[in-house]
Ligand binder design. Sequence first.
Ligand code: S3P
Length: 202
Amino acid sequence: MKTASHSEAALEETMESITPSQANVHPALRRIVLTGFMGSGKTTLGRLIAARLGWNFLDLDHYIESRTGLSVPDIFALHGEPHFRRLESTALVSALGKSNTVIALGGGTPEILTNRLLLEQTPATATIFLDAPFSVLFDRCVLQGISRPVLADPTLAELRFAQRQPVYRALAHHTIDTSAIEANEAVEAMVIALTIAPKRTR
Ligand code: S3P
């Protein structure tokens, strides 16, 4: 995605222009998981590809927020990151139980071994890594203005980015570089990837 973020109006417009079509992805596929660092477009593109396929969309952070009644920054502030990670793992188990669902992970979800094993072992699930350089992601996050505890210290955030890159890569069946393409191009790239590589669909 070239721009920092899609405004809600632009997103609505893009979603309205999308025709649901189940025919394009491998028929055995039941879940599509989007992974990548903060600002990589997991939520924006997740909504779009779900609309494109006529599937449900689940954003793991929002799911945790609706289950706890607390915002993610509040969970970090009140209970600490380890507690957030436990909630995240429980939410992931529940999310992976759903069919015909696009799941946007949190940027840190794959850091936890249990979560990686869950993702690797859940059948009929394709994981897509939305990649971009740290500078691009950081600028997008700043422009989005969403409170993200892990971004509070940019130097530490960049370290985490470097540590997570190999983890995202190892987990992914497909990688899409989102730094220089529009959202609708990224969606089409995902649909094509999910069509031509059914063997890599667990
Ligand atoms: C986090 C990313 C956030 C959210 C939490 C921690 C991380 O999700 O889960 O603030 O550790 O990278 P997004 O990637 O959707 O911003």
